[in-house]
Design a protein around this ligand. Sequence first.
Ligand SMILES: Cc1cc2nc3c(=O)[nH]c(=O)nc-3n(C[C@H](O)[C@H](O)[C@H](O)COP(=O)(O)O)c2cc1C
Length: 187
Amino acid sequence: MAQRLPVDLEKSYRLLNHGPTVLVSSNHGGTVNVMAAAWSMPLDFQPPKVAVVIDRNTLTRRLVEASGEFALNVPSRELARLTLSVGSVSGRDVDKFSANAVPTFAAEKIGAPLLEDCLGWLECRVIPEPHIQETYDLFLAEVVAAWADPAAFVNGRWNTEPGGRKSIHYVAGGHFFETGDAFEIED
Ligand SMILES: Cc1cc2nc3c(=O)[nH]c(=O)nc-3n(C[C@H](O)[C@H](O)[C@H](O)COP(=O)(O)O)c2cc1C
């Protein structure tokens, strides 16, 4: 089991600022699920908020609307196959946690399970905006807790050393990028 440390909420936007593909986990009344999402982003610093597109045809959509909660889990390359898999089948047809033998642990503030072996985790409570949910499949949420593997992200910074685990970015058709070289500009 990877270590995890709390991330200061005011720095939690940094888990998403570079645009990683995430895994959206959800739970309503004991029905748990996970799907992939390339379309998520931070939305505010304090209180931290996120936006994520959750298509109306997904099981995740039903669970998120019913529970008002979800988690964004930030996977690394080691979980790319899982990311593609949970983004290609619906929890309506398959229990994706059992089928993929995905270990999870309990979130602190929400009911959705968090996926082991990710780099970071954002626990989110939906800010109801029925119009944009219905029109654009877009969900806004407040981040109520955040965590990271300190080997990957600590003190508000991603570890960009060679050999470290990195987040991933989806293009299409099974094609991903891994987060690449970091560089600094003095400000
Ligand atoms: C890498 C990847 C990224 C995806 N990004 C999104 C996304 O941002 N929003 C979305 O609604 N669906 C996205 N999808 C599709 C859902 O993950 C897919 O419809 C999933 O099967 C829904 O699962 P569910 O019905 O169990 O909730 C993505 C799929 C993949 C493979």
